[in-house]
Design a binder for this molecule. Sequence first.
Ligand SMILES: Cc1cc2nc3c(=O)[nH]c(=O)nc-3n(C[C@H](O)[C@H](O)[C@H](O)COP(=O)(O)OP(=O)(O)OC[C@H]3O[C@@H](n4cnc5c(N)ncnc54)[C@H](O)[C@@H]3O)c2cc1C
Length: 430
Amino acid sequence: MSAAKPRVLILGGNFAGLGSAQEIRKYAGDSVDITVIDRKPYLLYVPNIPAEVFENRNPQLTMTMDILEPLHDIGAGFIQGEVTALDVDAKRVDYVPSERPGAAPTSTTYDYLVVALGNRLAFDKIEGFAQFGHTVTDNTYGEALRQFLMHDYKGGPIAIGSARFSQGDGAKGLAPYPGGSIPAAEAACEGPPVETMLACATWLGQQGKGGPDKITVFTPAALIAEDAGEKVVGQLLDIASGMGFHYMNKTHDIKRLTADGVEFANGQSVEAELKIIFPDWVPHAFLKGLPISDSEGFIITDLLMRNPKYPTVFAAGDSAAVTVPKLGAIGHQQTEIVGKQIAKDMKRLTAEQADEALQPVVYCIGDIGNNQAFYIRSNSWFGGDTQVLKLGHIPYMLKMQYKNLFFRSKGKMPPWGLDAARVMAEKIAA
Ligand SMILES: Cc1cc2nc3c(=O)[nH]c(=O)nc-3n(C[C@H](O)[C@H](O)[C@H](O)COP(=O)(O)OP(=O)(O)OC[C@H]3O[C@@H](n4cnc5c(N)ncnc54)[C@H](O)[C@@H]3O)c2cc1C
């Protein structure tokens, strides 16, 4: 009888979870069994929700992809369940099957664990959001905004921006580039507010309801989207102020939303009929206080995505402390590292082949309406030397084609995907 294979359990089945399963299978081959647990059997393709909303398509119809088939294709199992607790000493995960209500709580064990659970987007911490707020962070909220724009918006002022991000201490001391660090961020992910403000202004123009001067974009930080690098943000802000957008920085946090606008923690406020809000990204409550978690509940790893105290525990994507800003593109880089590390433990790769540490790169392609987009590639926030900004039709085409290719390949992006996008955006668009 052959010995049982090590069991890899992946918590979460969206970008980082599905990607980890595929990369582990790619590099570790059949040396491990893989199981994914997620509360839902589909992937939510978050990055294109703003484009769907402002191009008047219902994201509920276009922004989900089944994950059962891609997992079946690589021989990975799937459990549809709500993870409720994790015991890293007993190597046990508690969950409640979530396909139908009333299921009996149960548990499962693992040899290797990959935490890819994303975060809670904490709208519930923002007073007044339920009555007065809108957003584009999931299909339900995206469709509610589309309906509001079509039927209820009266043409008043618009405020778009982020609440303060409560970053933990889990990435302190890591240096992804020589002399660099994982920075302290005051907002979790500010590509989306920049994209939303530009797409919203185009939408206003198309509807004959005004233009950029109706929109105020705000940030808790000194500089919006600072992960893109000061040069790029300077260029973006010049373009935006030339177009007539209003800009508020150092708001510290959102205090509350009211029918009339947004009140900030620094005492300022802005009038707005429509408030499009990006919240704090908060770790799931059951992760806080674990020996693998940082001060907020993000999972501590080194730059090989391994927890230093529990080396068979990995994290990838938004739930990892090292993922700052909370960007899918950085999570994507991490899934390959996870795959290679587990393959190394299985003796399928040598240390020389596997030990390529994370060097985060911010890749962000944001829809700006009229079939145009901005493209940012930057690593300067982490200590690198690259800051690229391009605007135009080719970045837009790339954004849309990337999504199509992702769905067609069931999430298994060809290795040349990002390189080809980079050449097209930077060489051809130039
Ligand atoms: C509007 C918007 C636009 C964006 N645009 C971009 C972009 O252009 N480029 C980019 O790189 N990034 C972008 N991002 C960020 C990107 O969406 C995230 O970084 C990415 O989704 C993180 O992937 P993840 O798999 O780590 O987490 P998630 O996508 O949050 O997935 C976590 C998974 O875990 C599951 N889960 C959570 N808790 C439990 C539980 N207790 N039990 C069972 N399952 C659970 C969830 O169901 C989910 O499937 C954008 C974000 C927003 C909001």
